[in-house]
Write a protein that binds this ligand. Sequence first.
Ligand code: DX5
Ligand code: ZN
Length: 228
Amino acid sequence: MKKFFLAPSILSADFARLGEDAKKVIDAGSDWIHFDVMDNHYVPNLTMGPMILRALRNYNITVPIDVHLMVKPVDNLIPQFAEAGADFITFHPEATDHIDRTLNLIKECGCKAGLAFNPATSLNFLDYVMEKLDLILLMSVNPGFGNQSFLPSSFKKLREVRKKIELNASNILLEVDGGVKLENISEIAFSGANVFVIGSGLFGYTNYDVIIKKIREELKHVYSTSIH
Ligand code: DX5
Ligand code: ZN
C-alpha cells in the first residue's frame, strides 16, 4: 500500500491563531506542516522566519515541519531553521550559487534535503545531485502566493520526475505544491506525487476533518507500484 503524506500549507491558516490552526489540521489527520518562507526578493511576498517555526514547536507541534525556502540567498537561513526545529529544508536551485554546497549544509545541520522546481525550471538541475536528495518539490503554480490554480503542465513534469526516481531505484519523496484540491488530488497522485501540499484547499473550509477524510478516500483509489 502506497503511503501518501498530507502537508497543509499554513500560509493559508489564520495567522492570528497559527498554533491553534496547525494543531487542528494535525488532529484532523495531516501528516506534516508545510512552512512557506518568502523574502520579498526571490518571490514578491513576505512571510515567516525561524522564530515562528520555533514558536510552533514550543506550542507542541511535533509532526515533521517541511520548510519551503523561497528566499535568496539561502545558506545563512539553513542553520537557523534547523535550530528552530525544521525536519525538511527545501530550496530553489536558482536561489543559490552552489547547489551541492547548500545540500551538504542542510545535511550537516541534521535535516532532510529537498530541491524545488518552479513550473519553468528545468529538471536538469537533478542530474548530479539525486543521491543527496530526500525530497523533490514540484511547484504547480508560480511561487509567492496561495490560492492559485494548478497548472496542467505539472502532470507531465510529475510523470517525468517519477520516472527519474524509479530509474534510480530511489525512495525520494515527490511533493507537489500549488493548487492541490480535493477535486484534482487523485489525478496528481496518479501522476506520481506522494506528498501533497494543500493550503486554500484545506484552510478554506471550516471543517478540516471532513475534507481530510474525503482526500484520504480519493487517495485510497490510487494504485501505485512504487516503494512507499
Ligand atoms: C506558494 C506556496 C504554496 C502555497 C500553496 O508559493 O509555496 O505552499 O501556499 O497554497 P494553495 O494550496 O492554496 O495553492
Ligand atoms: Zn510551499
